[in-house]
Design a protein around this ligand. Structure first.
Ligand code: HEC
Length: 173
């Protein structure tokens, strides 16, 4: 390799790497994607930004396709991930509202998946470091599940009647 070519390569390579890294960090400004979801989707306010950041790329129609999704093969893998994610849980078509038992169970599944670290998948947060969930984020998903269970059980069990006050302990005077 002559001196000239080596110099060109030495210049070109860092440039290519820089472009690749830039591509990773640039994402178009958008309005919060959770705002585009169905109005009947009752996601507690503190959870919305977490959904935006960590779930909606794979679990809604509001996917932000990353630059690398245009690379053959990589695009197949990402497309597969998104299709499969939407199949399991799609917040765009989800009409999650209390007191549906199915919704409550689904939110419990969400709580389980984020608590044991299966969601978001590691391959995702390796590329999107801000999608790594803090313990507080995980907790808020699980509080949401608890909340839904409470609302659900009240309206299922009492069907419009006033729920009784404190349960009377057996054997108390
Ligand atoms: C990179 C894409 C991707 C991201 C990001 C992602 N998921 Fe998933 N999710 C999937 C795929 C794919 C599946 C299908 C099952 C599997 O492959 O593990 C899935 C399955 C699930 C399931 C169903 C689990 C089951 O047992 O059926 C839940 C619940 C879930 N995800 C919740 C979430 C939540 C909540 C977030 C955000 C905190 C999230 N996911 C982020 C791709 C993703």
């Amino acid at each position: 390799m002559n001196e000239h070519r080596r110099m060109t390569l030495g210049l070109l390579l860092p440039l290519l790497i820089a472009v690749a890294l830039l591509g990773l960090s640039i994402s178009c400004p958008q309005k919060p994607r959770s705002a585009l979801l169905s109005a009947s989707l009752q996601v507690p306010v503190p959870i919305r930004p977490v959904l935006d950041r960590t779930c909606l790329d794979c679990h809604s129609y509001e996917t932000r396709w990353p630059w690398c999704s245009r690379i053959p093969l990589v695009s197949r893998l990402i497309q597969h991930d998104v299709n499969s994610g939407r199949e399991h849980l799609n917040f765009s078509t989800w009409t999650g509202s209390a007191p549906h038992l199915a919704t409550t169970n689904e939110i419990q599944e969400i709580c389980d998946a984020v608590s044991d670290g299966t969601m978001p998948p590691r391959r995702y947060w390796l590329i999107h470091p801000d999608a790594r969930l803090a313990q507080a984020d995980k907790d808020s998903f699980c509080e949401w599940a608890d909340q839904m269970r409470n609302v659900g059980s009240e309206s299922r069990d009492w069907q419009g009647q006033e729920p009784p006050g404190e349960p009377v302990k057996a054997g108390s005077p």
